[in-house]
Design a protein. Structure first.
Length: 312
């Protein structure tokens, strides 16, 4: 905007000070109002996920603190309550999963309403690396772990049991208090070390969730110990009626990651006879990080689609 102000010499004929002051003041006010309006029009606001909230919880057993993200459904709960999808690394995964859930539950053709819970940490970063190693891993001999790329020593590890205890004893009751949740329709998603935690939970405490989704799981942890655990689990002839497990990985991931996921899927395949709905998916053209959005979208589909139906 261009504003022109004509200055009249105070000794020029016809100069009237009062009138000049009035016009100058009016011009200044016009400029200020225009600038203020422009500022109001361009003011940025934070982008939020509709119907979502966050709060902090402290684990009753060890005092570890977690940032919890919750997306509540808009529609009333179905009989038995809402299905609830729990995603690990909530700081990084919650918003993507929330939008996938929002799109896939749109009426009239979408799935019925469901809730989403992200389990994260008190950080503004996508991941809390040290906390992930602490919570998602089992105890391991340091000699059985590879050298870290940074050359630094491994952080605290081996807290998977305590973390699952937090989920079972602290988080489940809090979510059930906030929404009408269906305890028979809980899903757990995790990626990388989180995928290891998902599989470890399935193999040691399969009743904790109805559906498990392990994305790019770190089977390599502690010299592939989880493969041996899986063989023993299959040999125990468990009753897995109604249980579902999806293992997914990017088709362009490292060979050892692909080998581990393929081996796990092969070992668990006989569990079909025990009622397990087992799926294995490789996402063509995706690597370890880029596969994450696709895995989150597939998690929603796999969690809410009736059992044993074909997935896209």
């Amino acid at each position: 905007m261009r504003v022109s102000v004509r200055i009249v010499h105070p000794y020029a004929p016809g100069f009237r000070p009062a009138a000049a002051l009035f016009f100058i003041t009016r011009a200044i006010l016009a400029i200020m109002l225009t600038l203020n309006a422009t500022s109001m029009e361009t003011k940025a606001e934070d982008v939020t996920v509709p119907t979502a909230e966050q709060f902090t919880m402290t684990a009753s057993k060890n005092g570890h603190r977690y940032r919890i993200f919750l997306a509540k459904p808009v529609l009333p709960p179905p009989p038995g309550g809402y299905p609830v999808i729990y995603v690990l690394d909530g700081n990084a995964t919650f918003q993507t999963a929330a939008q996938a859930l929002r799109l896939q539950t749109r009426p009239p053709k979408g799935f019925g309403p469901a809730a989403l819970v992200g389990i994260g940490y008190e950080t503004d970063e996508p991941f809390d690396v040290d906390a992930r190693f602490r919570d998602y891993t089992t105890p391991a001999n340091a000699n059985h772990l590879p050298t870290r790329k940074s050359g630094e020593p491994w952080p605290e590890i081996g807290g998977a049991d305590a973390f699952l205890e937090f989920i079972r004893n602290d988080l489940f009751p809090e979510i059930d208090r906030r929404i009408a949740a269906n305890p028979e329709r809980r899903t757990l998603f995790g990626h990388s070390l989180g995928g290891f935690f998902v599989l470890n939970t399935f193999l040691h405490d399969s009743d904790a969730f109805a559906t498990y989704v392990a994305g790019s799981p770190s089977i390599w942890w502690n010299r592939n110990e989880l493969l041996g655990v899986a063989r023993n689990f299959v040999g125990s002839d468990p009753d897995l009626t109604g249980k579902r497990l999806l293992i997914g990985i990017g088709g362009d991931e490292l060979d050892d990651m692909l080998d581990g996921s393929r081996a796990m899927s092969s070992i668990l395949e006989p569990l079909f006879k025990q009622g397990l709905d087992l799926r294995y998916v490789e996402f063509d053209g995706e690597e370890h990080v880029s596969v994450l959005p696709a895995m989150l979208s597939r998690t929603v589909t796999f969690s809410l689609k009736p059992g044993h139906e074909e997935l896209p």
